[in-house]
Design a protein around this ligand. Sequence first.
Ligand code: ACM
Ligand code: ZN
Length: 556
Amino acid sequence: MRIFRPTTRFCLLMTLVLLYSACGKEKRNVEKVGIIPQPVEMEFKNDVFVMDEDTKISYPESFARVAGFFSDYVANLSAIRMEKTPEDAKNTIVFKEDSSIDNEEGYKLSVQPKKIIISASSPKGAFYAVQSLRQLMPVALEEGNYKEDGDKEISIPTVEVYDEPRFAYRGQMLDVGRHFFPVEFIKKYIDLMSMFKFNKFHWHLTEDQGWRIEIKKYPKLTEVGAYRDSTIIGHYYDEPREWDTRKYGGFYTQEEVKEVVKYAQERYVTVIPEIEMPGHSEAALASYPELGCTGGPYQVQGIWGIHSNIYCTKEETFTFLEGVLDEVMALFPSKYIHIGGDEAPKDKWEQCDVCQALIRSEGLADEHELQSYFIQRIEKYLNSKGREIIGWDEILEGGLAPNATVMSWRGTEGAVEAAKQHHDVIMTPTAYCYLDYYQYKEDKEKKEPLAIGGYLPMKKVYSFEPIPEELTAEEAKYVLGSQVNLWTEYIDSPEKVEYMEYPRAIAMGEVAWSAKERKDFDDFLYRLEPVLRRLDAMGVNYGDKNEDGEPLPEAK
Ligand code: ACM
Ligand code: ZN
């Protein structure tokens, strides 16, 4: 005779009730949960997967790092410690290598009631699946609420996602020349980038106002070039100008650079260093005055703008730059090295015997062709070491170096011209991509916080279409992607960097990743709300209003 065991039945019933109520609760949440950037395809299934202390993780060795990233993330925020299991069993997070996914950054994410399957052809895709999964998990997890309540389960809505990026290049540039930011902040910045599936960190390391990377062959670059005696307060066009006369500066040691590069690699972010030439180089000239046309004296500048002291085209300059680039290449595995090329006034070259003699001996038409000669020589050197150059769109003037990628910033004309010449381009036009511009009208009116000027609300960033309409479909293939730039003349703290970057950079994340037809600004705003709560939990000082100074909308 079967023994009637009310307790077992009671337990089963209670489990069903709990599961039902969990489903009910999550069903309501499902509508609130979205992913930024918007995936290619995403379909919710009205159920939940519940992670608990028995949840396991399974992965091929090739995905060990990503799987570790995910299990560390969960372990840091909850009491769940996922053990590796060889089986594709129930209650498991399963990572699978799937060579049928063509795009190496693409992925499939299948959250089912009994397991979660992440498929990708490379760890990059699996990493982006993890970033999407993270946004499907409760915000309260990020807020630390699951840490206190040790045995809490984590409910995740069931969903089928297929995703891949529209563009292969999705960048953010940070200027550390005008103001210097510590390594710990650079890591946080990279963390945030990778959360929104950016994959290129353009690190603007040298400027008139400071040289920020240790070069062992040329120690004065950081002994002298990393520090300025004074810094302008307020705008450079203010009269009278006011100065802060404290010594200001700092630099990254090579060990710190290696740490940043490694940290970025673990998040599938390539660090592209920028070593400016021939302009924006006065900090280098202050360190080694013999590299200028006049011999100096030069100073590490305390004022912004365009400075006319640039590298002379003498042989010593090329020897110096090759020495610098040798150390840069040893530190940065990136295929691309950014060599600047922007805003180089030619007046010193016009008055310099050495530069003029070179124009004659090389049969060059003018100083623009001399700049082109300069850039081409550097390109040849870097190409000989297996690297490629990126330059700002001024490198078009006087003739483009044969293999150069053009970063189009003064509008999109440079991009159009370069793509028509069959050169790769990266889109960073000021009107859509310059996050040093004001994001709010009221900030602009109050001049608070002080910014360079301009006005670029998030909605305008979001509206950016990276493919210029002048290009044919064939020419459009030369557009690698887009990037937001943060110049830091008026940005002197990590908090201010975050305020200017976020949430506008997130809008660019969707521009660069999501399919054009999947973009919808209102929908983006609704998906943004839980993302901003995550940023709160991460201690990010983002701007929390819309362009009219009103609060951003609540999630649907
Ligand atoms: C630039 O904004 N000077 C590239
Ligand atoms: Zn010269």
